[in-house]
Design a protein around this ligand. Structure first.
Ligand code: DGL
Length: 254
């Protein structure tokens, strides 16, 4: 059975784990939520690199064969440094799905919701140049979104108001396709859909990450294990309660 380490600044990466469990349900997953240090969105890259290195080192000690960085912000800041440090170990990262969004958009206006540090990252800026030269991109940080998810406030008036504030500028710009560039945001999808209406498509890159996992397992000769053998261990640097509840939610949706 393959051992997959997966981490995020908090519980957002559980939206990725949910997809990994659909694609490869028989593996051993250790999910690490760095919720004592969440959010990463406003932290320095030095800090994010340090935490990503410490967490990866811990997951490797536990026996991880593959590490999934289920966080756009940590991928942008730290994946290059992690790959340099552990050249033999596959790291799978997350980045805003600009390319499929540009292809999917009918009116060629794409919205991107991500943390402000992801929106400033070189990798994201390069991807925009390569894949979005013929589309208009409207961007906004999901202000307060991570905090909503970490406090399990996934509906209600305050949640709706917070989501509306960051989503509306993208809708006003005419976006018909919106990329979810932070792994916390899929937990707010119902609220976003209610605000945006049926005309707008949201793109979550997690299914593409699950396909990448299957591809890397095949490359590394790690056979898929039978469904019944799978297990998930949950570790948190802070209070584990929210992660446990969201994991239950994510598993029920899987
Ligand atoms: N879930 C994260 C991401 O995908 C990080 C959010 C945060 O900690 O600011 O970017």
């Amino acid at each position: 059975m393959a051992h997959i380490g997966i981490f995020d600044s908090g519980c957002g990466g559980l939206s990725v784990l949910r997809e990994l469990l659909k694609a490869a349900p028989g593996e051993h997953y250790t999910y690490f939520s760095d919720n004592a240090n969440c959010p990463y969105g406003e932290k320095s890259s030095e800090f994010i690199i340090r935490r990503s290195t410490e967490i990866s080192s811990h997951l490797i000690e536990l026996g991880a064969d593959i590490i999934v960085i289920a966080c756009n912000t940590a991928t942008a800041a730290a994946i290059a440094s992690l790959r340099r440090r552990w050249p033999g170990l596959p790291f799978i990262g997350m980045e805003p799905a600009i390319k499929p969004a540009a292809l999917m958009s009918r009116n060629k206006v794409v919205g991107v919701l991500a943390t402000s540090s992801t929106l400033k990252a070189d990798k994201y800026l390069d991807n925009k140049k390569i894949w979005a030269s013929d589309v208009k991109i409207a961007e906004h940080a999901g202000e307060g979104f991570v905090e909503l998810v970490e406090s399990l406030e996934l509906s209600g008036a305050h949640c709706e108001q917070t989501v509306r504030r960051s989503l509306e500028p993208l809708l006003e710009a005419g976006a018909d396709t919106i990329v979810l560039g932070c792994t916390h945001y899929p937990f707010l999808l119902e609220t976003m859909r209610a605000i945006a209406g049926p005309r707008v498509n949201f793109i979550d890159p997690a299914p593409a990450v699950a396909r990448q996992l299957i591809h890397i397992m095949a490359e590394k000769n790690l056979p898929l294990s039978p469904k019944g053998e799978g297990k998930v261990d949950l570790e948190c640097s802070g209070n584990p309660q929210t992660a446990r509840k969201l994991l239950e939610l994510a598993l029920n949706l899987a």
